[in-house]
Ligand binder design. Structure first.
Ligand SMILES: Cc1ncc(COP(=O)(O)O)c(C=O)c1O
Length: 429
C-alpha cells in the first residue's frame, strides 16, 4: 500500500490488519487511495476513526434516504432481531415480508402486485429477466430470449444484468465476450430514435422477451436524464409489438426523482419493476422484483415446470423486511417527497455557479439528484481526496460529479456540499 508508516500508525488496529485481505469494489488495488476508516454514521454524517465527520453527499450509493441510523428503522430491526433474524422462505412465511409485499403492491401503480424478494439489485434484475423469458415459454411462445436495452444503461454487475447494460461504453466492456448479445440501442428520445426502435421491433419482436430501462435517470451509466415521453413511447412500442416492459427502479424508486417511483411521474405502468437500494432506507440488503397480474398469471398452472425456479438463501430476510417496513412508515409519516422538492431547488441554486465554468459540460438536477458533468476528469482519486480534505464525502465517477443526499439532510449541510463542489470545480486546472 502507498500510505506512509506514520499515517498507518494512526489507523485503528482492525484497519491495518484487515485491509491487506480486502478486495475493494471498482478499485485498482495497487494504485487506489486507501479507503477511509469509518467508525460510525448518523444523519448525513460519516464519522472517521480520527474523529473527523464528513458531510455525506452520496447516501451510501443512493440507499440511505432517511439518513443513517434512523431510530425508527433501528428499533424495528432490533425488535425483529429479538424475535427471528432469518428463516428460509421455502415452505415458510412470516410477517415482515408479507406485510411489505402488501404495502409495495398498494404503493406501485396498476396491478404490479406479485413481489419476489431477493437480496441485491443485480439479482432482482436477473429475476426480472428470468420472469420475462419464462413468461413467453409458459405461454407456449418459443424463441424469445433477447432483450432490448439502452446505451448508457446500467442494471448491475451479475452476468445477466451486465448483458443488458451498455456493454460497448459502460464498465462491463471487458466481458462483452462472455455475455449473451442483446439489442443495446438508443433511447427513443427523438423521433429518429423512436423510428429505429420501432423498426427493430417490427423485425425482431419474435426474438425479444422484454424491453428493460432505467426510467427517467440512467444512474451508474453517467447520471443522464430523459423525459417521461421516452417511457410513454416505450410503453406504446411494447404494446404494439407485444413485448414486456421492465422498469429498473433500483436507483429511482422511493422518491429519488421527486415522485415515489419514476413510473408515477411518467404515468406509465411497466409489466415488471425492480426495486432495491432505498427499499430498506440503506439499512440492509434487500431487493424486490414485482410482476403485474398478466406476468404472474403465465406462471399460475398445475404444471410444476411452469414455476419460477429461483430462491436466494436470504430471500425475504426478516431483518431487511422489517427495515423496509419501517422505511415505508417514514415515507408515510414524514414529508419525504416535499423534502425532495426542497432539495431539488437547493441543488439547482447551489450548483448553478458551475454553469459556464471552464471544463463544465452540463449542470442538471432532477429530484434529489444534482449533477455537474465535466468534459473530463483526469485524476478521479485526486478529486475524491480533495473533497475529503474539504470535509465532504462526494464520489465522482467517469466525468460526473454528483450529489444524491439523504432526503433528511440539513439545509446547512446541503449548502456546504454544493458550495464545496463549486469551489473544487472552480479551482480545477
Ligand atoms: C439501476 C440499477 N440497477 C441495478 C443495480 C444493481 O444493484 P446492486 O448494486 O444492489 O446489485 C444498480 C446499482 O447501482 C442500479 O443503479
Amino acid at each position: 500500500m502507498a500510505d506512509d508508516t506514520s499515517k498507518k500508525n494512526e489507523l485503528p488496529g482492525w484497519y491495518a490488519g484487515g485491509i491487506e485481505h480486502i478486495w475493494r469494489p471498482y478499485a485498482q488495488m495497487k494504485t487506489a487511495t486507501p479507503p477511509l476508516p469509518v467508525t460510525g454514521t448518523h444523519g448525513s454524517r460519516i464519522v472517521l476513526s480520527d474523529g473527523r465527520e464528513l458531510i455525506d453527499g452520496m447516501a451510501s450509493w443512493w440507499t440511505a434516504c432517511h439518513g443513517y441510523n434512523h431510530p425508527h428503522i433501528r428499533q424495528a430491526v432490533e425488535r425483529q432481531l429479538a424475535a427471528m433474524p432469518h428463516v428460509m422462505f421455502g415452505g415458510l412465511a412470516h410477517e415482515q415480508p408479507l406485510t411489505l409485499a402488501k404495502r409495495l403492491a398498494a404503493l406501485l401503480p396498476g396491478d404490479l402486485s406479485r413481489v419476489f424478494f431477493s437480496d441485491s439489485g443485480s439479482v432482482a434484475v436477473e429475476v426480472a429477466m428470468k420472469m420475462a423469458v419464462q413468461y413467453w415459454i409458459n405461454r407456449g411462445v418459443k424463441g424469445r430470449h433477447q432483450f432490448v436495452a439502452f446505451k448508457g444503461g446500467y442494471h448491475g454487475d451479475t452476468t445477466g444484468a451486465m448483458a443488458v447494460s451498455d456493454t460497448e461504453d459502460g464498465m462491463h466492456t471487458l466481458f462483452a465476450g462472455l455475455l449473451p448479445q442483446h439489442h443495446v440501442v438508443d433511447l427513443p428520445d427523438s423521433d429518429a430514435h423512436e423510428a429505429s426502435l420501432d423498426a427493430l421491433l417490427a423485425q425482431r419482436a419474435g426474438d425479444i422477451a422484454a424491453i428493460i430501462v432505467e426510467p427517467l435517470v440512467q444512474g451508474a451509466g453517467g447520471m443522464k436524464f430523459h423525459d417521461a415521453v421516452v417511457l410513454k413511447r416505450l410503453r406504446t412500442l411494447a404494446d404494439k409489438y407485444d413485448v414486456l416492459l421492465i422498469f429498473d427502479e433500483i436507483f429511482t424508486g422511493f422518491g429519488r426523482t421527486g415522485t415515489m417511483f419514476a413510473c408515477d411521474a411518467a404515468e406509465v405502468v411497466p409489466d415488471i419493476v425492480t426495486l432495491s437500494k432505498a427499499l430498506t432506507g440503506g439499512t440492509l440488503g434487500l431487493a424486490a422484483t414485482v410482476a403485474s397480474r398478466k406476468v404472474f398469471e403465465a406462471f399460475w398452472s398445475d404444471d410444476p415446470k411452469k414455476a419460477l425456479m429461483h430462491g436466494p438463501s436470504y430471500m425475504a430476510n426478516a431483518l431487511a423486511c422489517a427495515a423496509a417496513n419501517a422505511s415505508l412508515d417514514l415515507f408515510e409519516r414524514e414529508p419525504r417527497l416535499q423534502q425532495v422538492t426542497a432539495i431539488s431547488s437547493a441543488l439547482e441554486q447551489g450548483l448553478a455557479p458551475c454553469r459556464g465554468m471552464p471544463g463544465v459540460k452540463d449542470v442538471r438536477v432532477m429530484g434529489a439528484i444534482g449533477v455537474v458533468e465535466m468534459d473530463r476528469i483526469g485524476d478521479l482519486d485526486a478529486l475524491r481526496a480533495r473533497f475529503v480534505e474539504q470535509g465532504v464525502f462526494v464520489r465522482p465517477f467517469g466525468n460526473v460529479i454528483y450529489l444524491t443526499p439523504a432526503f433528511t439532510i440539513a439545509p446547512a449541510d446541503l449548502d456546504a456540499l454544493t458550495r464545496i463542489i463549486v469551489t473544487v470545480v472552480r479551482e480545477r486546472p
